[in-house]
Design a protein around this ligand. Structure first.
Ligand code: ATP
Length: 760
């Protein structure tokens, strides 16, 4: 029985019919599980059914039959079936507030589960059902106190995966803006705090005007006392508010960063492998990190500028009220500043783009050198790399210098205008004072000077913020150029999830790599039944690895059809496909962690026993047990503490642990010494039992035992048959065989006349 998707609406008509438990599925699957485990499985199956998905208990990997399945295992089961699922801690109140008919799974402390199928706000109770009960059983009202005795908050939320959901939004200003906007309550608080702070910081200016205008002129001690108290009070408030605002700013930035991190990672790992093969890691990392600059700009500079400009709108009428001619001069000076900065915007924008490109090129040299440090050292390439680095540093330093020089111009040119609105306005005021019948008093003049700078400042920053907008635009373009590429997300989350048997068929498949004129596979057709051990041979570049790549869905834009058990691969869910296939490459990456962790590779539901069994099948058990801490031995980055053969056997164990129906070995033994190769090959026949194997190897001797061997040449199938058949009838195969095995006769037996090595 497969996990199959049904019409999502199919069950909603029955409303809370989700609790309509049909234990038959569990029984069908013949898993012998304890009643508590049954409750959890039944609860999850019920919710999935509500959303139109039938879960198959056989696809669930329970650690032991008695232990309750962990939330992780259940989530994986749900996600595998194409549902959106999250495990979250919740409170009774939060559950009461959810306004959705879809049932919610509560994971009870004793390992069981309950389903929330409704709520009664009047009596403050939740309506719960036992997932193992019958549909006709009435829902049980449970209040907060009773629930707390059996449940400490673990909840599973499930819904149908939305198409084109948030994660699919392009990375651009709109998306970032929306992200920022989703915290509008925080933004509003920051806005209110900022405006209040600005008003409070203006109060002392008016106080200064009073002091100079009234206190000194009329020796008014009372006014002085009042002014002092007011200044102290406003400063106190300002301090508290500034502290609060800073906290809010940190909160908003942290939340945004967390959300961005999740999205970026999600998007990055959804990009097809071919993309990573083309792009340099250093450039990728550098470009993606630009997003944080944009975030900083949005929540810092841009927001403050808007608040400042808002203050100008408040202050300008006051300035005009105090003296219209003076206000005009301030306004004109500010506008001139804006014009000067506007003129420099474009050249600065172009320069910023160049600088970012140079910085990413520089970053890529560094990252590449670190990644390839073994080769760099082994070939004594340090001077060459250093020279390359020097060139990149020089280019980016020169550009940085040019950028600084260019940016210096507007900053210098606007200075006199800025100074005018600070001090010049006072001279102008004094001039007016001496020539007019209604002059400003000296206090008002000082106040004007202080207020004038408060108007010019924000206008200048509004103009310079445009410069930052350009920078942010360049940065977001860089990020978008990576994250907005077509990704595999749809293929990873949609499509059929059949139970594989392992029959593979290539039907007239033609495929060319991007930018290549000759096809890597040319009208390839072949068909193998489930359980076949298929060897792929051919000269270098004949397309062997390409066959394995297409089989894993790494490259998908081929013509013709690839069918697995008769189903077109394009219709199969990509994640399901890759999870169901095992893969061992020539050079496998082992993660930092213990041997056991590397074999299990973070897949939920797999236990230590599974790891031991997989290691045994891969022939790795013997050396693991000899290691100082056995399965707990720590593997370093790059696994220097393991030999090539040991690494390969671990990689095979990792690939077979999930009992894949199709196992692909691409030159898995090519880099091994003969002894290790013989060890791995000896295990292959055992591993091959009950599954289809596709083995790519240059060494034909390791393919003799294959059920079928396919000979490739320039992307075409030249022949397919057993070793003996091919030696007889396929010229290419015979040639390759004889080349590698001169001492053997064509049927694989040691040649009687083979010269024995002699010691001189
Ligand atoms: N990522 C790629 N981008 C562009 N062209 C590629 C890429 N990978 C392979 N090719 C080209 O496709 C053709 C088939 O390559 P493929 O790796 O499948 O051959 P192969 O038989 O596995 O070779 P080898 O035995 O040397 O590994 C070759 O001409 C190769 O140059």
């Amino acid at each position: 029985m497969n996990d199959t998707q049904r019409d999502p609406g199919a069950n909603s008509a029955t409303g809370h019919g989700a609790a309509n438990l049909d234990m038959a599925a569990l029984m069908d699957a013949e898993i012998n599980v304890s009643p508590l485990v049954q409750a959890r499985l039944a609860a999850v199956m019920n919710v999935a059914r509500y959303h139109g998905v039938e879960l198959n208990p056989e696809n669930l990997r329970l650690q032991t039959d008695d232990a309750a399945p962990s939330p992780l295992v259940l989530l994986d089961w749900l996600k595998d079936a194409g549902l959106w699922a999250r495990g979250v801690p919740m409170t009774f109140r939060q559950l009461m507030r959810i306004d959705d008919a879809a049932p919610i799974v509560l994971l009870l402390d004793d390992g069981g589960a309950a389903l929330v199928t409704g709520r009664d706000p009047e009596n403050q109770v939740l309506l719960l059902r036992d997932p193992r009960g019958r549909a006709s059983d009435p829902a049980m009202p449970v209040d907060e106190l009773r629930l707390k005795q059996v449940w400490s908050g673990a909840t599973l939320l499930v819904r149908t995966a939305r198409e084109g959901n948030d994660e699919e939004q392009a990375f651009n200003f709109t998306m970032l803006g929306r992200l920022v906007w989703s915290d509008r309550a925080l933004l509003r608080d920051i806005g209110i705090a900022s405006i209040t702070i600005t008003i409070l910081s203006i109060i002392p200016i008016f106080m200064v005007m009073r002091v100079i205008g009234t206190v000194i002129q009329y020796h008014s001690w009372n006014t002085l006392a009042l002014v002092t108290v007011l200044i102290i009070l406003s400063t106190g408030f300002e301090m508290i508010l500034t502290f609060g605002r800073k906290l809010l700013e940190v909160m908003i930035a942290t939340k945004l960063d967390a959300r961005l991190n999740l999205r970026i990672f999600d998007r990055l790992v959804s990009l097809p492998i071919e993309f990573f093969e083309r792009e340099q890691a250093g450039v990728l990392t550098y470009k993606v990190q630009q997003i944080y600059q944009v975030r900083e700009f949005l929540t810092g500079r841009l927001m403050n500028t808007f608040i400042d400009v808002f203050m100008v709108v408040l202050l300008l009428p006051i300035l005009f009220y105090m003296s219209a001619p003076m206000a005009w001069t301030v306004l004109i000076a500010a506008s001139l500043i804006a014009v000067i900065i506007g003129i420099f915007l474009r050249p600065l924008g172009i320069m910023t783009g160049k600088l970012i490109a140079a910085e990413s090129a520089k970053g890529s040299v560094l990252v590449e050198t670190i990644y390839g440090i073994r080769t760099v050292k082994a070939l004594a390439l340090e001077p060459a790399r250093a020279a390359d680095w020097d060139r990149k540093v020089a280019t980016s330093a020169n550009l940085g210098m040019e950028m600084g020089q260019l940016a210096n111009w507007p900053a210098t040119l606007v200075m006199p205008l800025q100074r005018y609105s600070q001090y010049g306005v006072m001279i102008f005021g004094a001039y007016i004072a001496m020539n007019s019948n209604n002059p400003l008093d000296i206090g008002a003049l000082t106040g004007y000077m202080l207020l004038g700078s408060r108007v010019a400042g924000p206008l200048v920053s509004l103009a310079t913020v445009m410069q930052d907008v350009q920078k942010a635009q360049a940065a977001i373009w860089q990020v978008g150029s990576i994250l907005n590429r077509p990704n595999e997300k749809r293929a990873l989350t949609h499509g059929l999830r059949p139970r594989f048997e392992g029959a593979v068929e290539f039907d007239d498949v033609t495929f060319s790599y991007e930018g290549s004129k000759t096809p890597a596979l040319d009208k390839m057709s072949f068909k193998i039944p489930a359980g076949t051990m298929l060897g792929l041979v051919g000269r270098s570049g004949s397309g062997k690895s390409t066959v394995t790549r297409l089989l894993q869905g790494i490259n998908r834009d081929y013509s013709g059809a690839i069918k697995i058990d008769g189903t077109d691969m394009r219709e199969i869910n990509l994640r399901h496909l890759r999870k169901s296939f095992g893969m061992v490459l020539q050079d496998n990456f082992l993660f930092r962690g213990s041997v056991k962790d590397n074999i299990i590779a973070g897949r939920p539901g797999l236990s230590f026993e599974d790891a031991v069994q997989a290691a045994r099948l891969a022939g790795a058990e013997e050396f693991i047990e000899r290691m100082p801490q056995g399965y707990d031995t720590f593997i370093q980055e790059g696994s220097p503490n393991l030999s090539g053969g040991q690494k390969q056997r671990l990689a095979i164990a990792r690939a077979v642990i999930s009992d894949p129906k199709v196992l692909i070995l691409d030159e898995a033994t090519s880099a091994l010494d003969p002894e290790s190769e013989a060890l791995v090959n000896a295990n292959l026949l055992r591993i091959a039992q009950g599954r289809t194997m596709v083995i790519v190897s240059h060494r034909l001797s390791s393919l003799i035992d294959c059920d079928l061997i396919m000979v490739l040449d320039r992307g075409r199938t030249m022949d397919i048959g057993t070793h003996h058949e091919l030696v007889e009838r396929c010229a290419i195969y015979r040639h390759l065989w004889l080349q590698q095995n001169r001492h053997l006769d064509p049927q694989g037996k040691t040649h009687a006349a083979a010269p024995k090595p002699t010691l001189a």
